[in-house]
Design a protein around this ligand. Structure first.
Ligand code: FAD
Ligand code: GLY
Length: 369
């Protein structure tokens, strides 16, 4: 086993695997360390919406980064399929963001002013989705907010990276990182490795390394509970979304219904109350959910930073130490742009200055309201 490497990536979720993919595509020597299996933690819990519009609370830097990432998925679908044989199941159809009152419509005015977002009255919505709630006054239709299958994207990135020369070490936990011998030594459950660059991308578990590396930040888990259901009736073609609740159609006809937002809960077992609340919200969007059969339910831990935006960039005092963590509600959407940004930082290629400023780990602290 090779123990002297150029870049060590810690974490085999969608963020770490995207980084490994883009670096190996640029012929950089990468080893990725994953404590368990690839795509086994938060990534496996995600619904897979590429919600550049539906998830946004502002139309600023974050939006340009999210759009770039959403766009990257268009070519990734074929790229990953050709290299790894894995289908990421990018599903067209977009999102109907349902609106129940004029007051609610007003809160969406900046979203509705975007050229890619269209207003549909209630009748138009029900022409597309006959079983939609009769209580809506309309919906913002966002055709570009399509969805993908998160575990397939993650495994597709990992397998493609491997084909391109990266080593993917699953069941290998990184226990400690020390600056030694002009680089970093990684102490793992499978021995010691020497790396020139280290990328911390282990999601909500990154806090230990951030503290160890002198950065006073904590990733907060925000638990999301979901379930999947199947229906014998006509399958839904579009995602329905309302105030962080959603019903996402998969290619196999199943619907993913999510999700709760339970702050500071590390337990990944869904609770009765949590599942009950997502079912109730789903019924208020699509009453016919009541007749559907439950396939499975689960929960995952969204990694949240103090302001809800990710940390992507270099350590303030050491450009060979990088962070890509805290992707909160949007790790699937942001994975391609994050992988490309980390690659460009390591290869000293151009990265827009406003992205560096927006995502740097030592940005000014202010809490989420
Ligand atoms: P993870 O997937 O958790 O990966 C981190 C990996 O690091 C894990 O595999 C872990 O085992 C490994 N690890 C930890 N410590 C170590 C160590 N010491 N050594 C080695 N490996 C280690 N985002 C979207 O964009 N669209 C959605 O529709 C969406 N829906 C969601 C729905 C739910 C219910 C939830 C919970 C999240 C959703 N998200 C969504 C958010 C998205 O899932 C996350 O932002 C994303 O998965 C985070 O990816 P990650 O790679 O940072 O973390
Ligand atoms: N982005 C959807 C979720 O985090 O639940």
């Amino acid at each position: 086993m090779k123990t002297n490497i150029e870049v060590a990536v810690i974490g085999g979720g969608i963020i770490g695997c995207s980084i490994a993919y883009y670096l190996s595509q640029a012929k950089v020597d990468v080893v990725l360390f994953e404590e368990q299996q690839i795509a086994s933690k938060t990534t496996s819990a995600a619904a897979g919406m590429l919600g550049a519009h539906s998830e946004l609370d502002e139309v600023q830097t974050f939006y340009s980064f999210a759009l770039k990432s959403q766009l990257a998925y268009q070519s990734l679908q074929d790229e990953i399929k050709n290299i790894s044989g894995i289908d990421i199941e990018r599903k067209q159809g977009g999102i109907f963001q349902l609106v129940y009152s004029n007051q609610e419509k007003e809160t969406l005015s900046s979203l509705l002013s975007l050229p890619t977002v269209e207003w549909y009255g209630a009748e138009d919505v029900s022409n597309h989705i006959p079983s939609v709630s009769p209580n809506i006054i309309g919906a913002a239709y966002i055709k570009d907010d399509v969805n993908v299958l998160p575990t397939s994207v993650c495994r597709g990135f990992a397998k493609s990276a491997q084909v391109l020369g990266a080593s993917i070490l699953d069941y290998t936990k990184v226990l400690d990182i020390k600056k030694e011998n002009n680089g970093y030594t990684l102490y793992t459950t499978n021995g010691k490795f020497q790396a020139q660059y280290v990328v911390i991308a282990n999601g909500v578990w990154s806090s230990t390394f951030l503290k160890k590396l002198g950065l006073n930040h904590t990733l907060i888990p925000v638990k999301g509970e979901c379930l999947s259901v199947s229906s014998n009736s006509v399958p839904l073609k579009h995602t329905l979304f309302h105030k962080q609740s959603y019903i996402v159609p998969r290619n196999n006809g199943q619907l993913v219904i999510g999700a709760t937002m339970v702050k500071d809960d590390w337990n990944i077992q869904p609770s009765i109350d949590g599942i009950e609340s997502v079912i109730s919200k789903a019924k208020s969007m699509l009453p016919e959910v009541s007749d559907m059969k439950i396939e499975s339910f689960w929960a995952g831990l969204r990694p949240q930073t103090f302001d809800g935006k990710p940390f992507i960039g270099q350590h303030p005092e050491d450009s060979h130490l990088l962070f890509a963590t805290g992707h909160y509600r949007n790790g699937i959407l942001l994975a391609p742009a994050t992988g490309q940004m980390i690659r460009n930082l390591i290869l000293q290629q151009k990265v827009p200055e406003d992205w560096i400023e927006a995502f740097k780990i030592n940005r000014k602290k202010h809490s989420l309201v």
